[in-house]
Design a binder for this molecule. Structure first.
Ligand SMILES: Cc1ncc(COP(=O)(O)O)c(C=O)c1O
Length: 209
């Protein structure tokens, strides 16, 4: 497998240089290579740095225009340590761009039970969401998953709870409360829990124990 090379721009906080990306794909195709997919890992591991909304929009537009499947690894979405560039999913970005883009896009988004702020590594469970993929493609993928070994039971339970959290009638949304307690950076400032004494004098205002 060969990968077209493109550049990131330091002056824009290491965002993707879209002209360089387009040139890389064009020259790969001119050389006879088949460019099928683009992977975007957002937020990044381990820093939790997020891609800007503008770069997200341009990435989605680029994949739709160039007939490239967009693979969005968003498993780090709960591990963000800054407010300047919030996390937006590729799917949301695509819908924000309207039907002329979202209807032409093939997007697969990934999430995992193992990357939460509470340190769930080891649960080994994840899922993907397909948008705009053909039925033939979905059937082939399902066949591929079916012939591999089953994931472990604990991982399955974790993904089940993550996607379909238990409902307690007296509480508005346990999932929301879980986020409020676990992932303050996700919430608007007015909804954040009051800061507590930081452990080990951490200078990071988002790390509360
Ligand atoms: C960006 C990113 N995607 C995917 C994975 C894999 O996640 P999992 O623990 O569910 O195998 C990792 C693991 O470190 C990661 O950092």
């Amino acid at each position: 497998m060969r990968r077209p090379r493109y550049a990131l721009t330091e002056a824009t906080g290491w965002q993707t240089d879209m002209d360089s990306l387009q040139a890389a794909v064009d020259s790969a195709r001119e050389a006879g290579q088949t460019v099928r997919a683009m992977v975007v890992i957002n937020p990044g591991n381990p820093t939790g740095q997020c891609v800007t909304r503008e770069t997200l929009r341009r990435s989605v537009q680029f994949c739709a225009d160039n007939n490239i499947i967009l693979l969005a690894d968003e498993v780090y979405q709960a591990n963000i340590y800054q407010d300047e560039t919030p996390f937006y999913s590729m799917l949301r970005t695509a819908h924000d761009l309207g039907p002329r883009v979202v209807d032409r896009l093939e997007l697969i988004s990934f999430h995992s039970a193992s990357k939460g702020a509470l340190g769930e590594c080891g649960l080994r469970g994840g899922y993907l969401h397909m948008h705009g993929c053909t039925e033939v493609f979905k059937r082939e993928l399902y066949k591929l998953f079916s012939v591999s070994l089953s994931p472990n039971v604990v991982g399955n339970i974790a993904v089940g709870l993550m996607c379909n959290p238990p409902k307690v009638p007296s509480l508005p949304s346990p999932y929301f409360l879980f986020f409020q307690l676990s992932y303050p950076p996700f919430l608007p400032p007015s909804l954040r829990p009051p800061p507590r004494a930081p452990l080990f004098s951490s200078p990071n205002p988002h790390i509360h124990m």
